[in-house]
Design a binder for this molecule. Structure first.
Ligand code: ADP
Length: 398
């Protein structure tokens, strides 16, 4: 069985064709600058040279057509479209309408459209991707995999904001959580790889990348997660502030003569380690600047680790203990120093101990705590595409 996984942005389309027998990537690629001058498709097949096609892509349908041409054409990886069993789409927001992935129907599309307000940057693009596939390969099964379904198991005490309930009732304002596909995958892998109790294991997943979030789950079911109504809440990220006092928005708006939208744009795009350091949103650049003596770069990284540790503490309390902590995503998978410092500076009280030799690793599934650590600590590379493909396969097989 072969599943095509599609992740659409407003001007981009990422794809992977996954062979489900071996769970390996047959081909993958990226369409960039869709609808803008200079559109480009980069198509990669393992052990072959990359194919780069520069041709106008006025909309997502043209991009999808080009992707299928590459997959099935003269140098394609499948004989025909029929060999692709289904398409799994990443969809950002499903509000509280979807507790699991589902086959796309007109009703499902209607809900994705109703959630445009909640995911204004992603949901319209996600729907465009789905409709482009419906147009280019009619009859092919499309599956929607929502980033928000993982957060649907949160108890009321974790998802309600302490604001008048009418706003939940009228607009669905609550904590949803994002990176759900990653958290579900990594918590599941932690239980499998760590041979933990599949029903009772209390796992904290630290998804630390440019976007960063942290989740607490018991037996793979989320009980809390750091992102909220939107991905702004929680940890300090590359460009997002994470938690701030809501009054900051009003204060900046009043003093800088900006609208709420403009201030939110600052909190989403110009804050985080970029805003604090003034150097970059890339952790590697900020680390370099800190090593060269840039004080605010150093503070930004300290604040980032401190916030992660505070959430770990909160989630250990929420679950009355923690059996495993897993690190994933760009920083979590590649930055051994960040992992070591979070554990050594803040998690001693949990009896968590890192093993330097085991921790000297990048992007590989591995136990990185010492044998006498009371909490198991893992590095588990995330694989959102595979998680989407697995869900798609499950739904196709019924
Ligand atoms: P996203 O998917 O949210 O865009 P990623 O999970 O790919 O982000 O993470 C990107 C971040 O990971 C970048 O800020 C990058 O600096 C950081 N990163 C990658 N490798 C390293 C490393 N060796 N040390 C520190 N940070 C790293």
């Amino acid at each position: 069985m072969k599943i095509l996984v599609i992740n659409c942005g407003s001007s981009s389309l990422k794809y992977q064709l996954i062979d489900m027998e071996r769970e390996t990537v047959t081909a993958k690629g990226l369409c960039e600058r869709i609808g803008i001058e200079g559109s480009k498709l980069t198509h990669k097949v393992p052990d072959r040279e990359d194919v780069v096609i520069e041709t106008p892509m006025p909309d997502h349908s043209v991009a999808v057509k080009l992707v299928f041409n590459e997959l099935t054409g003269e140098h394609g990886v499948v004989g025909s479209v029929d060999e692709i069993d289904a398409i799994g789409h990443r969809v950002l927001h499903g509000a509280n309408k979807f507790t699991q992935s589902c086959v796309v129907t007109p009703e499902v599309k209607k809900v994705i459209r109703e959630c445009f307000d909640l995911g204004p940057l992603h949901n319209p693009a996600n729907l465009m991707g789905i409709e482009a596939c419906e147009k280019v390969v009619p009859g092919k099964k499309n599956i929607a995999v929502f980033d928000t379904t993982f957060g649907m198991s949160l108890p009321e005490k974790a998802y309600y904001y302490a604001i008048p309930t009418e706003y939940y009732e009228k607009y669905g304002i609550r904590r949803y959580g994002f990176h759900g596909t990653s958290h579900a995958y990594v918590s599941g892998e932690t239980i499998r790889f760590g041979k933990l109790d599949p029903e009772k294991a209390r796992v904290i997943v630290c998804h630390l990348g440019n976007g960063a979030s942290i989740s607490a789950s018991i037996g793979g079911k989320a009980i809390d997660t750091s992102m909220g109504l939107t991905p702004l809440e929680g940890l300090i990220m590359g460009t997002r502030s994470g938690d701030v006092d809501g009054a900051v928005i009003q204060f900046i708006a009043n003093h800088e003569h900006k609208t709420a939208d403009e201030v939110l744009n600052i909190l989403n795009k110009k804050s985080g380690i970029l805003g604090m350091s003034g150097v970059s949103s890339d952790f590697r650049d900020v680390e370099k600047a800190a090593a060269e003596g840039n004080h605010m770069a150093k503070v930004a990284l300290e604040a980032f680790r401190y916030r992660v540790a505070k959430y770990i503490g909160a989630y250990a309390a929420a679950m009355n203990g923690v059996d495993a902590i897993s690190f994933t995503a760009g920083v979590g998978e590649n930055d051994k120093n960040a992992r070591k410092r979070i554990v050594e500076e803040y998690l001693g009280y949990l009896g968590a101990k890192i093993d330097d030799e085991r921790n000297n690793v990048r992007g590989e599934e591995r136990l990185i705590s010492s044998d006498d650590s009371r909490v198991k600590i893992f590095l588990i590379p995330t694989n959102e595409e595979l998680a989407i493909a697995r869900d798609t396969k499950r739904l196709v097989l019924g």
